[in-house]
Write a protein of this length. Sequence first.
Length: 394
Amino acid sequence: MKFSTRLPANLGPNRLSASLATLRAAGRHVIDLTESNPTRAGFAYPPDLLAPMGDPRGLLYRPEPFGLPAARRAIASDFERRGHGVDPDRIAVTASTSEAYSLLFKVLCDPGDEVLVPRPSYPLFEHLTRLDAVTAVPYDLEYHGSWSIDVGTVAAALSERTRAILLVNPNNPTGNFVSRGEVEHLADLCGGRQVALIADEVFADYPLHDQPSRAGPLLTRTDVLGFTLGGLSKSIGLPQAKLGWIVVSGDHHQVQGALARLELACDTYLSVSTPVQIAAAGLLERGGVIREQIRERIVANCGWLISRMASTPAGSVLRSDAGWHAVLQLPSLTSEEDLVLRLLQEDEVLVHPGYFFDFPSESFLVVSLLAPPASFRDGISRILRHFDCSTARP
Ligand SMILES: Cc1ncc(COP(=O)(O)O)c(C=O)c1O
């Protein structure tokens, strides 16, 4: 059978997942510093948190392409919590942020068109674009004590086929917010070219330091067609609720054009369940307790990591301002892949290699800050012990 090339030809497990499966089958306990599923990270979810989804109004099916008005108002209120006024009429409710990308690629792109994606960044962009027959063209982030966009690489990556520039704000896994200057520059690049800006703000609620948030920079702009994405999977740690959103911004005429097309795309699938839409306001309100637990955990783990790495000559932790990940830079004694495999097999700690996120050089390790503090500290200590031993070897 001939299958679509939108999916990779090789679907087998990579060396790391094969090795992990072998260890787990042998009953070995591995400290998982890649866990990014909040529902498995030991947070205290109130047992009745999902009660609003049992509302009997969910027994009536009333299809609405952009989502029920109450759900759109609830999402607009959540933006108010973060200090942004958003018109509910410019909100489309989606089943997830991943689905939001797919809808936007359908609305903005023809097969073979290009979208610019940050590098390093979220590994799923490769699949998300390919599944919609769109080509992801990277632009670079650079690190000089903090991360920023190398705007020269954005300009160089633009072509006649570019339809959108993706911003992850704050970026996963590097944790940098997009600066005001960067947004200005990108809006200038996009404005005259019929190129949209898409800002993925799923981690916007998770600053790691006391500093004003730089989320929402597209919401009030009229010089570029903008799409701001978010969802419950990160904002209240409920990926299984399957609720995300797109806020459309820009010049009135362009916004209306985008909304009309988005409406048809949403209407074709009608993928968001009625119970979660009815529950949206209740979930967003009740979910604050999970957000607070996650915030407390990531700030504590990040603070501990920074002080631990400060006394470690072998490596460093890169500056991050937000999000659920930390990036360690370590000596390149072997390839990143071998390093990660040895950490798994010899030290029983699982981490992501930097190449997974398309870091331009080696060796970087990406760890999740969601792990319970005792496991997190144990896992990081094992990594550092590994390097003590490695550097001590003749
Ligand atoms: C940057 C980024 N965007 C989107 C998603 C996916 O979000 P959702 O669960 O809403 O599809 C993730 C998940 O990790 C992510 O890291």
